[in-house]
Design a protein around this ligand. Sequence first.
Ligand SMILES: Cc1ncc(COP(=O)(O)O)c(C=O)c1O
Length: 371
Amino acid sequence: MSSHSRRAPAGAAASAKPFFDLPAEVAFRSVSAAAAGFPSLDEGVLCAVGHTPLVSLRGVGQGRLRVYAKLEGLNPGGSAKDRPALNIIRAGIAAGQVRPGTVVVESSSGNMGVGLAQACSYLGLRFVCVVDPRTTTQNIQLLRAYGAAVEVVEHPDPETGEFLHARIRRVREILESVPSGFWPDQFNHEANAAAHRDGTMREIAAELEGAVDYVFCATSTCGTLRGCADYLRETGLDTRLVAVDALGSVIFGGPHAERIIPGLGSGMVPGLLRPGLAHAQVHVTNLDCVAGCRRAALREALLVGGSSGGVYTAFERMQDELPDGSVCVLVFCDRGERYLDTVFSDTWVQERFGDVAHLWQTDDERLPAWT
Ligand SMILES: Cc1ncc(COP(=O)(O)O)c(C=O)c1O
């Protein structure tokens, strides 16, 4: 591969664009939050969504690559999913689908649920989050703390073995039973991808003045991947996207298998996916994610969530192939605090993977016995 760092056309990174694009038939009757009777979206906690820091990494890059992490965990709800949660609700308000009294219903095992719970709490909307038994107690507590109602689907879909299908069926049932329901439908809603096009990728390009060779991001709904790809296509920026998926996810084909890292991979192909969005696809295992998280904590002093550990490991594996001087960005979707009982628990790791500490601790890094 040759280095292909190229600047965006003048003004591309900073040009003003609408926060989301609405179909023409909707745009002419679009309504602002205030006009619809909601608190303004230009103030309060939702103003803090986006504009996350881009920090340099020192434990990867071999001293010949410039590597940065986009710290999406510093969004107010704790993850990148604050962006699509807000943007989908905003689009729903503008299209007249979300009004005071609307009940928002979505299937999520974590971050999207928290992002929606935050947005709905701010707007005074009721939110029902459909989860499954794999959702952590902490995430359920978080959802409830924001005032969301939590519905637990106990069994996976009998045909596919996937909880996702069972959760979506339950979402449809609930929507039929409420008079004014709204389904954000994160796997298919264009405003999910648009939030990353007009937010995540635009911010990266602006901060690096268009000189970014590679962006690595984790995939689930593919909102991040699609949004970044759309931005690059629209601005003509020659950045390569690397999609990091879970082994056992069906997004890019391959057999379905059990995945235990929340938020990474999918049991169905997202409607937002388009052919050729990623220049490369990398599959990571559950253990790759754990080891990547542990290495990032020790080498970068960054406590990041499971999918970010997968991105870190994927980058370590690919870095030999990248040309000298390449500028690389790893999108870290959330923080590690919500993974203290799993990824960062020695007992949890030992029970699932055995003695694997050598994957992150060199002999020099092992702490003495008195600790
Ligand atoms: C922790 C985590 N990483 C990665 C992703 C993938 O992001 P996207 O849905 O934009 O593909 C998600 C999505 O929920 C997530 O929660």
